[in-house]
Design a protein around this ligand. Sequence first.
Ligand code: XMP
Length: 323
Amino acid sequence: NWTTTNVVEEQVALIREQVGDKRAICGLSGGVDSAVAAALVQKAIGSQLTCVYVDHGLMRKGETEQVEKDFVAATGAKLKVVDAEKRFLDALAGVSDPEQKRKIIGREFIRVFEQAQLEILQEEGPEVAFLVQGTLYPDVVESGGGTGTANIKSHHNVGGLPDDIEFQLVEPLRQLFKDEVRMVGQELGLPEEIVQRQPFPGPGLGIRIVGEVTKDRLDLLREADAIAREELTAAGLDREIWQCPVVLLADVRSVGVQGDGRTYGHPVVLRPVSSEDAMTADWSRLPYETLAKISTRITNEVADVNRVVLDVTSKPPGTIEWE
Ligand code: XMP
């Protein structure tokens, strides 16, 4: 019979059997799946696990701190944080095209993560043989159902180490759906903010700024996004909406008036959607009071944003994200 306690016990035993006295690495993305996978493996093999978090500077307000502090406090996991904000911003400088942004962020991410893997290998030796991944059941089905024993090759160009590092995969969530993963995370004592987090794209806020990604624009969007999230939570709407991207139209300006002065600022778009699986979505009919509150607060509290607009497009034809 299915209970989260049974799932945890069963997986802990399986992980111990698979990993033995070797060591494992787990990349944390800030999302639910990698956090729960890491917490399970941590419970099974403790300090034989090292977690890696690449801070690309494109996270929302407070999310990096949640991984660095709350995740570590809840699990006792060993965490290596790589501060790569400057590297990502440098690579993104001057780039406005969405696909190019995605490519750059993906490429830099792999490079930084592989470098971190190498450093862990150098510190801990060849005992590091496993890579933990938060693959869920729907991912397994979608990709045609592998066996979970496939090796991942990591190519690199650093002297003194083998050309390919091969890792065995540990995928403790392969039989679970998202809601079950959340329950397992709760059972493992992970913070609510991590377990109940709504979907957030890998390229982060980098694809929620229409136009070039800069530090100033990211800071501005982080503030606007934090206000929207706060008010949606306060209104008790977290479970009703699938996610609510806040998008900064960085290349658009409009005239406004604030206090006794004319402004010439940027709009942000609210994109609240309801969905079952993100393949299709409808725009959420949020209460006017909630929309009004979000709009008032953002225009009052975020300098340079003088307009809040609502996206009322379903998917299709619109995608959930703007880029
Ligand atoms: P779209 O915009 O295609 O988004 O309707 C569907 C869902 O996928 C998320 N998304 C991503 N997630 N890496 C991710 O991990 C990505 O590059 C990416 N792009 C979109 C999006 O937030 C939505 O939940």
